[in-house]
Ligand binder design. Structure first.
Ligand code: SF4
Ligand code: SF4
Length: 99
């Protein structure tokens, strides 16, 4: 999955100059941020109906839909569980991370 570029920041003089997207390294999908995750989502591809609700609600954009089956990018998933909560068919289970 391609990552957004980090853009420079200078104080905008008009609304048109507000940046769209990442402005610092810790922003959305610009640097690996999942080291503190204690649980992780796992998709049961047999149960998934490909509704893409999890893709839409993931706050970190960590679910990749570019291939036939959805894939979770564990470098960027923070383990919040929103995807599992919203899945209409319980295809996503949150499992404990193993050290
Ligand atoms: S657990 Fe949270 S961050 Fe990880 S894929 Fe699901 S919604 Fe996205
Ligand atoms: S929300 Fe559930 S059923 Fe829908 S695409 Fe995601 S894993 Fe599949």
């Amino acid at each position: 999955m391609d990552r957004p570029k980090v853009k420079g920041w200078s104080y905008p003089k008009s609304i048109d100059q507000f940046p769209m997207g990442s402005t610092c390294k810790s922003d959305h999908l610009t640097s690996i941020n999942a080291g503190w995750r204690t649980v992780k989502p796992v998709i049961d591809q047999e149960v998934c109906i490909n509704c893409l609700k999890c893709f839409l609600v993931c706050p970190d954009g960590a679910i990749d839909k570019s291939s036939k089956e959805l894939e979770i990018d564990y470098d960027f998933c923070k383990g919040c569980g929103i995807c599992a909560f919203e899945c209409p068919v319980n295809a996503i289970k949150m499992i404990e991370e193993v050290k």
